[in-house]
Design a binder for this molecule. Structure first.
Ligand code: SF4
Length: 497
């Protein structure tokens, strides 16, 4: 058995993931999403570009070997190192297993020849890793340390420093002295997991699990167990404290005495009562008001004979905001809906961003008094950014921004909801709205736009537009829910008056 660079990266993110990748039932593994494939392709292109810029033409030697035949790769790498190749790309470094351990296999992006003597002669090598990220994340540093340990063992001389090339930043030199003990501990833990037959526990965390191909499997298990990692606000640190107190199900947290939990700083930070109310909402499957004046506040939500529901699609890698979608809802004096019509302002290529923006601004100015409902801060922030980028008068942009109403802020200020998270899809789905394409999401839209630019397949634009329109309808659904609640409350007040 082996412990590879990829295993280490996966283990650092989630011990269960590395176990499932090695021993899990592959029929339960979802196929890699288009968005993840795009990220992988971007990362490979970036690496190739850096290596091409780094080396003089022809001076980099790439190690080629049959897939999975690590020994051939290691032999070829050793041959190149012994021959003193100045730059070796995708070399294979192997440390054979000790007792009961695993072979360690490292694949640094580059091995760069250095003037310090080694077993090869009056030269040696140092590892260089190339990353798309802009920050030297701990996982990058530990992987670079892993490569360093393997290299030192093979060339029988210390490596002076390992480098990480970050995107748009100066190279980062890894503090090997600090990272070495951390890496050895990580390898020991990963070996324990990979040589055991026990599947590690799951913990559903949006940031960590959202792109994981095992999410369906872990999530359905968590739902079955009513696992508290599904409660918004339960972080891994909080989970450890709650589990030590025996509170591993919704009911236990919902019934907890806030005074008992407030003793623990990990729980107190962020509000014990919030945690309990959130658990109550999930257990009782109903909204729980957050504030004494929730109902009064609800009645303050802007109303108008014309309402605009707005959502943007963007491609961050290309720095382009390529679609402004607006659902226009018109009402009569009794607030009955007269019409609901969606409008899309497209930049079919990144170069058309300014034209799409100007058409959008002109359209919005037809409704100078209409509130602009959106979900989260991206839309108002982007209005400011695009206004500057395309030379729109500040007053004009301010007129748009001042009309923005963030329904995410309204929901999270007024209610705890029985949801696993406060994203638009989760809230609108709880309220009964569903997207026409259940696989669509923001990341997928990034992938589709990228594909459109490459293939010219207009079906992709239509798919994105449907997704964007449904985001506007989902936002509208939340506003209608708010209005319905406010009306019910008014009726209740009138009946008791
Ligand atoms: S879904 Fe989450 S808990 Fe499950 S394997 Fe993936 S990262 Fe780990």
């Amino acid at each position: 058995m082996v412990l590879t660079t990829d295993d280490l990266v996966l283990y650092k993110r989630c011990s269960r993931r590395v176990f499932l990748e090695r021993f899990g039932d592959s029929s339960c593994r979802e196929s890699t999403s288009g968005f993840v494939r795009k990220l992988q392709r971007d990362s490979t292109d970036h690496r190739r570009q850096i290596i091409a810029n780094w080396s003089e033409a022809g001076s980099t030697q790439r190690v080629e070997f049959p897939k999975g035949d690590w020994n051939s790769g290691a032999a070829e790498t050793l041959r190149l190192m012994e021959a003193g190749a100045p730059l070796i790309s995708r070399g294979v470094l192997i440390k054979p297993a000790g007792e009961d351990g695993l072979d360690w296999i490292g694949r640094p992006h580059l091995l760069v020849r250095s003037p310090e003597p080694s077993t090869f002669g009056d030269w040696s090598y140092r590892p260089v890793d190339i990353r798309m990220g802009k920050r030297p994340k701990l996982e990058y540093q530990l992987v670079a340390t892993f490569h360093t340990i393997l290299l030192e063992m093979i060339q029988e001389t210390p490596v002076r420093y390992a480098e990480i090339l970050l995107r748009g930043r100066s190279p980062h030199r890894v503090d090997l002295f600090t990272r070495r003990p951390q890496l050895l501990e990580l390898c020991g833990d990963a070996e324990t997991v990979l040589t055991s037959d026990t599947l590690p526990e799951y913990f559903i965390s949006r940031s960590r699990c959202s792109l994981c191909p095992w999410l369906s499997q872990c999530h359905s298990q968590a739902q079955q167990d009513q696992h508290i990692s599904l409660i918004p606000g339960v972080t891994p640190t909080r989970y450890r404290v709650l589990a030590a107190l025996g509170m591993t199900d919704l009911g236990a947290i919902a019934k907890a005495d806030p005074k008992d939990l407030a003793k623990y700083p990990e729980l107190a930070n962020g509000g014990v009562q919030n945690l309990i109310n959130q658990a109550r909402s999930c257990q009782e499957k109903r909204p729980v008001p957050r504030r004494d004046d929730t109902w009064e506040q609800l009645r303050q939500l802007p109303k108008s004979s014309v309402e605009l529901y707005y959502d943007i699609e963007a491609e961050p890698e290309r720095s382009v905001d390529y679609l402004h979608g607006v659902l226009v809802v018109k009402r009569d004096l009794q607030r009955r809906v007269i019409s609901e019509k969606f409008h899309a302002f497209w930049a079919e290529t990144p170069e058309e961003e300014g034209t799409a923006w100007n058409r959008f601004v002109e359209f919005m100015e037809q409704y100078p008094d209409a509130p602009i409902f959106h979900f989260c801060e991206y839309e108002p922030n982007t209005l400011g950014k695009l206004g500057k980028r395309h030379g729109t008068a500040a007053k004009q942009v301010d007129r748009l921004r001042n009309r923005c109403v963030d329904l995410h802020a309204w929901v999270t200020r007024l209610f705890f909801l029985p949801v696993e998270g406060y994203a638009l899809k989760q809230i609108a789905a709880y309220l009964g709205f569903s997207w026409r394409d259940s696989t669509a999401n923001g990341s997928q839209a990034v992938f589709w736009y990228d594909q459109w630019l490459e293939t010219g397949d207009r079906q992709l634009l239509e798919t994105i537009e449907i997704y964007n329109e449904d985001d506007c309808w989902g936002t509208y659904h939340i506003a209608k829910w708010f209005e319905g609640l406010a009306r019910e409350d008014e009726l209740a007040i009138a009946e008791t008056a």
